[in-house]
Design a protein around this ligand. Structure first.
Ligand code: UDP
Length: 276
């Protein structure tokens, strides 16, 4: 399984926790947004790394039981919380562009292989969520008409308004980017109120020091984008962080592997670390 660029957790200035921003959904310019009776629904983008679908115990690239648990939390949260949810799934459990580049494969080709890996994961997720009885649509940034719909912004919004979980596949369709940046881009495009970044590290947010090394490390409730940049916190790649900062897109970093965490994050509970 390709490894992700890791990083220590340097100390970060603490600070009082601020409530999660947002709360009301902004209508999409151009008039495609149909208000839902009884109030607007929260529109969220969840970024899930490919490794979140892999087995922690065995070497399975995609673990059916893990995917089922995640799909169960997603489906039940969408039913109970009346959310509009889009998911950007990564491909790191199968292939990363940097892996192939390290083996002499042309970078753009290797990145395309990575994008195709995300399609495999998207189909696995779609299958599991639909088996839970919740409708989904996979929208791919690379054309593959027999497998997935093409990504069209207004169509994505329409699916969300109809209550379908939208699964973005193939990132943004361009090499040299990551699915973190793609998730941020799509979140801005569809005017999501927040990006939820589910990590698979077993660490439930950002800490003042590496909690696996320093038992006194404290979880930080809130960080600014500048904190992330200046302290080189490897929560997301810098392109994604800068994009979120420039576009006022809050990011919640949380541990997607903890039982019930995904549902809590979708419900707006105070878990993980809010970057804004
Ligand atoms: N990728 C790309 N363009 C995109 C999105 C992804 O080239 O818009 C490639 C890139 O090589 C990346 C791979 O797809 O390494 C898999 O995505 P990522 O590493 O973001 O997956 P994750 O680490 O979240 O599982």
């Amino acid at each position: 399984m390709p490894s992700e660029a890791g990083g220590a957790h340097p100390p970060v200035p603490g600070g009082a926790h601020s409530p999660v921003p947002g709360g009301t959904h902004t209508p999409v310019p151009g008039g495609t947004h149909t208000p839902v009776p009884g109030g607007a629904r929260r529109r969220l983008v969840l970024k899930m790394s490919g490794e979140a679908l892999a087995s922690q115990a065995s070497d399975e690239t995609i673990d059916g039981l893990v995917v089922e648990r995640l799909a169960g939390e997603i489906a039940s949260a969408c039913e109970d919380l009346d959310l509009e949810l889009a998911i950007m799934v990564g491909g790191g459990n199968i292939w990363r562009g940097s892996t192939g580049a390290g083996q002499g494969i042309d970078r753009a080709t290797s990145d395309t292989m990575g994008m195709l890996a995300t399609v495999v994961n998207a189909l696995a997720l779609q299958d599991a969520i639909e088996r839970r009885g919740h409708p989904t649509r996979v929208l791919s940034a690379l054309h593959m008409a027999e497998v997935a719909e093409p990504y069209i912004r207004r169509r994505a919004i329409r699916h969300l308004q109809k209550g379908r979980v939208v699964i973005f596949a193939a990132g943004m369709g361009n090499p040299y980017f990551t699915t973190d940046t793609s998730a941020a881009l799509r979140a801005a495009e569809i005017e999501a109120e927040m990006l939820l970044k589910g990590t698979h590290s077993g660490v439930d947010g950002v800490y003042s020091a590496d909690p696996k090394v320093d038992p006194g490390a404290e979880r930080l409730d809130r960080l600014s984008f500048m904190d992330v940049v200046t302290r080189d916190l490897r929560i997301m790649d810098l392109t994604a962080v800068t994009f979120c900062k420039d576009n006022d897109l809050p990011v919640l970093v949380f541990d997607v592997m903890g039982e019930g965490n995904l549902r809590r994050a979708l419900a707006g509970d105070q878990i993980g670390t809010l970057i804004w």
